[in-house]
Design a protein around this ligand. Structure first.
Ligand SMILES: [Zn+2]
Length: 191
């Protein structure tokens, strides 16, 4: 019975991605007109905003690998307000460019996966009163032979040394799993 809520929250979290999906028969989610205004009830389903920690939801389904990363902006920027100085603006743009590449997030071991869509939510749209902000990124990958995947190496720790812990929730064809990664343990073993 614990699979269902995970599936729900994962699907929930991925809902806003549908805007940029290549249209394919297996993904006929309802399309949201304005994902940037989409205040999803599942958005902060992990609740905690703790600097140094981030969460990654992962759903593997058929040939598709969907990942949703949520992290305090602090982990990637060193600040959480809107960039003001030229230097801050540059740091922010660098972060966006990094996160828009699947290789920044992970290396898939055992098969080849192509990014079909990567979507970054505006972190300042949901800033709380205390000025804390999260960045949410959704990655939609299509893998050639998903059953051959042996591991997922998370590369974020190499790029962002403020990131200390990544809590991973996975829904795989074989079941659901939870684990914690850190700079010393960066690979999710599969099968
Ligand atoms: Zn914060």
């Amino acid at each position: 019975m614990r699979v269902a809520p995970y599936l729900f929250s994962a699907v929930c979290g991925f809902g806003f991605m549908s805007l940029t999906y290549a249209h394919e028969e297996t993904h006929d989610h309802k399309h949201h007109e304005h994902h940037e205004h989409h205040e999803h009830e599942g958005h902060r389903h992990h609740g905690a905003h703790v600097h140094g920690m981030a969460t990654l939801d992962l759903v593997m389904d058929d040939q598709e690998l969907m990942l949703h990363l949520q992290s305090p902006l602090m982990n990637f920027l060193g600040f959480e307000h809107e960039p003001e100085t030229e230097q801050q603006k540059a740091i922010y743009q660098d972060m966006l460019q990094q996160l828009e590449r699947k290789d920044s997030l992970l290396t898939v071991e055992g098969t080849t996966c192509q990014a079909e869509s990567i979507e970054i939510e505006d972190p300042f749209a949901n800033q709380d009163e205390a000025g804390h902000a999260d960045v949410d990124v959704s990655y939609f990958l299509r893998c050639e032979q998903p059953d051959k995947i042996t591991g997922l190496k998370i590369n974020l720790f190499d790029l962002y040394n403020r990131l200390e812990t990544l809590q991973v929730q996975m829904v795989l064809p074989t079941g659901q799993q939870q684990l914690e990664l850190n700079p010393q343990r960066t690979t999710i073993r599969i099968n």
